[in-house]
Design a protein around this ligand. Sequence first.
Ligand code: EPU
Length: 336
Amino acid sequence: MADFHEFYPLRRHNTFGFDVRARFAVHVRSEADLLAALADPRGHGLPLVVLGGGSNVVLTGDLEALVLLMEIPGYQIESDDQAWRVTAGAGENWNDLVGRTIADGLPGLENLALIPGTAGAAPIQNIGAYGVELRERFAGLRAYDRQTGTFVSLDLQQCEFGYRDSLFKQAGYGRYIITAVTLRLPRQWQPVLAYGELARELEANPAPDAAAIREAVIAIRSRKLPDPAQVGNAGSFFKNPLVSAGQRAALLQSNPDLVSYPQPDGSFKLAAGWLIDRCGFKGVSDGPVGVYGKQALVLVHHGGGTGAALLALAHRIADTVEARFGVRIEPEPVVL
Ligand code: EPU
């Protein structure tokens, strides 16, 4: 029988630190634990919620659900002529995994240092930072398919990765429970220094290795993003919106300092942080929830607030940005 905890407090299982309870929660440390939890009659008829680090969810109230706390460990290296393949248990802390691969002489994940959350959660939103997305280092994953009741392997294509998006947020939403992730790190390592801020951070170092890049990324992130251990947050709360070239040109007329990035398909990504900042929200507080003072894209919870209050603030921000710029910004985290 699985080890069910009833009315389990989730405050320490979501990086916003919202104080809600799960009707049932189970620590899942192996695939056998997972099967036992799913077979347990106490959970039958309840919705299932899978939590990794809880760093990309907004919990808006108590969960009348069975919550799986994914803690499956694992770290294995295989290799061929071209690349190393590192398989990590879904419960491994992502940032620790990045550090461990680099310490083991397997470069490739350095730009993704200090992203909160677990290895198993990384594919859900195709984590990305400083010019690299998970999909560029991804070989495949193993998951329990609730539809067929079997374990399956999904490869890069099957995961349908997009910008902060994947199969697991779209057609496969709720269907798969990821238990392990396999990364592919080419032996022919190439540093990715295209992101201006990262290049500037490394100006003094003409040939940085992966360890130096990791340290630079950690330095930048620590300056701009709040540490969830200090103040509740889920990283970027909004995705950077895509607009057409025409829409960007029109916006540039009245906003010559608009920040945008050209996309391969001719469209442009706008910096949502800039749009929000320009609407005057940076550093604004609404009781226990607010907008971070150093990065307008990040919403924060100072304690004692609710996910509902945070969502209300998020809607107010999105409505204000839309009224001013005619662009709708969408939340990045999953709302439960
Ligand atoms: N900006 C402002 N005001 C602000 C924030 C940003 O004017 O309050 C401007 C900046 O000056 C800059 C531009 O907006 O010119 C972009 O800002 P930044 O470089 O900080 O990056 P971002 O677009 O805000 C994205 C990701 C981050 C990722 C960084 C680095 C999204 C939604 N966010 O942020 O991802 O770490 O780039 O690659 O794509 C996350 O997903 O949780 C996350 C932190």
